[in-house]
Design a protein around this ligand. Structure first.
Ligand code: NAD
Length: 484
């Protein structure tokens, strides 16, 4: 009966999107998934109608009503001020966790790492994806990397809850906190703190560069990885490729009120319309979706039919290998092969058996941050000095003269390296100078900063921005200059 069906929103997307979405919906239909669909148009056609967001206002109403979204990949036109619709949807609907299961299906799908079974949980809303960028001087461009305590707590807690619900043994945090001690440092510390609440799950931390090398070369040493948005984006493509093909993996974008399911790959315009796209990535995303909406039995039937298809060597070109594959399949024939195998169990690959997983119902409300004693202790004044003679001592002397009683020049850095006082002549200086003024007392005031800025302006400097220096509960809330 139509009334008992769960309504979900569907978008056919661009490139291979319509082919793989049709394949996925046909399999859901054949497996009697109790779903009804509201189709929205997003992506290239909407961009071309002039909506730089790639989505029409009315589509938000559908998304808001249904709360669950199965999305085929879309093409983001290059240049022209088009914003990534994927990022917009994730952030607008609060889809803070991106869950990518990267598993190898060896020996049926060739992978250098048989037995690989890795889940990457990527923070989905913050980090450099805030998209706040500025050109500040003729030579210097800046992107703001924003991390929040509540956002970090939510993703770390989600990773442990996921591990707990799926009987995973270890969660590994990956950051670059040897360099970014405040942003990545906060992520790592939050991880260490929350890990103590889950003593039954092993927890460790790796620097992202060696961590990425291990994903590529020793994925079997990892189980669940939790990381920041950009690192997770890169890591999960490496992991999916190492597992066999980017065409296999699905991803779930989870928030407390909404969820979106998609393949990890893009719209593959190079093979669009050729009937050779592998629909497995979107199908696996749809299987994650079925578990999410409380249909684990249907999810299990479809997954096992799909595993049987792989075992029978019916493979699309991206995974076709002589000796491993028996039948080269197109999108359609692969789909029909999965449908024919509904009700069968795989013989060698591990049989799927989904239950309504606790992780699908994980609700991680951002916790409010305990009040902190915040003290203003100085200011970094950023200056554009692009004159031919870029002598740090000249700039330093002039700024010492422009300093006030309350705020004195402490140092100048260029691209983060201290160049005044006592810089080294070898350091290359661009036109962007960070000039640190600190309070002569324990604390300073906004009025002191305004007075200092007036003096710097009067001394004919081009101030491009300021950043206040705070302590929180007495701890420094800003980084030192390299060499300070
Ligand atoms: P892509 O993932 O579309 O393609 C990379 C390579 O993998 C191509 O050679 C492609 O043929 C192959 N491939 C991808 N999916 C496949 C499948 N299901 N079966 C067989 N082969 C497959 O990445 P790209 O070429 O960098 O991006 C193309 C477009 O997709 C861009 O406009 C990009 O912005 C967009 N994109 C969208 C999403 C999304 O909607 N979630 C994600 C990534 C990229």
């Amino acid at each position: 009966m139509a009334e008992s069906k769960k309504r979900i929103t569907v978008a056919y997307g661009d490139g291979i999107g319509p082919e793989i979405m049709q394949a996925t919906l046909d399999i859901l239909e054949a497996a009697n998934a109790p779903l009804a669909y509201d189709v929205i148009e997003i992506g290239e056609s909407v961009y071309k109608q002039g909506a730089t967001s790639g989505i029409e206002r009315s589509s938000w109403d559908t998304l808001r009503r249904n709360r669950v979204f199965l999305k085929a990949p879309i093409t983001t036109p290059q240049g022209g001020g088009y914003k990534s619709l994927n990022v917009t949807i994730r952030k607008t609907l609060g889809l803070f966790a991106n869950v990518r299961e990267c598993k190898s299906y060896s020996p049926f799908v060739s992978s250098p790492y048989p037995g690989m079974d890795l889940v990457i949980i990527r923070e989905n809303e913050e980090d450099l994806y805030a998209g706040i960028e500025h050109q500040q001087t003729p030579e210097v461009y800046q992107a703001l990397k924003l991390l929040t305590r509540p956002g970090t707590e939510a993703i770390v807690r989600y990773a442990f809850e996921y591990a707990h619900a799926h009987s995973r043994r270890k969660v590994t945090c990956m950051t670059k906190d040897n360099i970014m001690k405040h942003t990545d440092g906060m992520f790592h510390k939050t991880f260490d703190r929350i890990a103590k609440e889950y003593p039954q799950i092993k927890a460790d931390h790796q620097i992202i560069d060696i961590g990425a090398a291990r994903v590529a070369a020793q994925p079997n040493t990892l189980d669940v990885v939790v990381t920041l948005n950009l690192y997770g984006d890169i890591l999960s493509d490496i992991a999916a490729q190492v597992a066999g093909s980017v065409g296999l993996a699905g991803s779930a974008n989870i928030g407390n009120d909404f969820a979106m399911f998609e393949a990890i790959h893009g719209s593959a315009p190079d093979i669009a319309g050729k009937e050779i796209a592998n629909p497995s990535g979107l199908l696996n995303a749809a299987i994650q979706m079925l578990v999410h909406v409380g249909e684990p039995d249907v999810a299990t039937r479809i997954k096992n039919a799909w595993l049987c298809t792989l075992e029978d060597g019916i493979h699309t070109p991206d995974i076709f290998r002589q000796g491993l594959s028996s039948t080269g399949a197109g999108t359609r024939s692969f789909t029909e092969a999965v449908i024919e195998r509904l009700g069968k169990q795989p013989e060698q690959l591990k049989e799927a058996s989904y239950q309504t997983s606790r992780s699908e119902g994980i609700v991680v409300q951002p916790s409010s941050t305990a009040s902190m004693q915040k003290e203003l202790v100085g200011v970094d004044v950023f200056i554009d000095w692009s004159r031919a003679r870029r002598d740090p001592d000249v700039i330093g002397q002039r700024l010492v003269e422009a300093s006030t009683e309350a705020l004195r020049l402490k140092m100048i850095t260029n691209r983060g390296v201290k160049v005044y006082p006592d810089g080294l002549p070898e350091t290359y200086c661009t036109d962007h100078w960070r000039c640190r003024f600190t309070s002569q007392q324990d604390a300073t005031s906004f009025a002191d900063i305004l007075a200092l800025l007036q003096c710097i302006y009067d001394a004919e400097f081009d101030v491009i921005k300021t950043e206040h220096l705070y302590t929180f509960n007495g701890e420094r809330g800003y980084s030192l200059g390299q060499g300070e």
